[in-house]
Design a protein around this ligand. Sequence first.
Ligand SMILES: [Fe+2]
Ligand SMILES: [Fe+2]
Length: 184
Amino acid sequence: MQNTLSGAHNQSNGHAAKADTANGLRALFVNELKDIYWAENALTKAIPEMVKNATSEELVAALTGHLEETKEHVKRLEEVFSLIKEKAEAKKCEAMAGLIKEAEEIMKSTEKGVVRDAGIILAAQKVEHYEIATYGTLFSFAKTLGEDKAAELLQKTLSEEVGADVHLTEIAEAFINIEAMEAA
Ligand SMILES: [Fe+2]
Ligand SMILES: [Fe+2]
């Protein structure tokens, strides 16, 4: 690996390479924070659309509850940016934009009722899994970079994403899959 960082003080030992890696990891961390910041903001607009399209009371309640958590996730990310002394900036997350588009297509192509509800759960769980993967990684990065307070906040959000995912599975298993079958 080429060292570009330590200039005159570079003794070309392992230290410089280590500093390179730390800086590279930090840049990746910040970049990924911007990505999920965009994604969470986009979700505060996408989840209400899912709520409007859902019919099951349990699903509406789950999505509404998670919308409130999502708004909190946006604020928590702003706190993380401030903790690591970076400006809170959003960078378009193509993956989340795609998942939201997919959700819209599912809602358009299904009839309102249990089948659309099942589709909304499917789409919402894809979203949650993306978030879980992202926050899991961001948590590890923050720990590695010694940003313990940021790590704590990221872990809080991570556990809420996991909770939302588990809850959606429970709703799906409890009745939607069965009702969708009966409606067919
Ligand atoms: Fe979130
Ligand atoms: Fe979420």
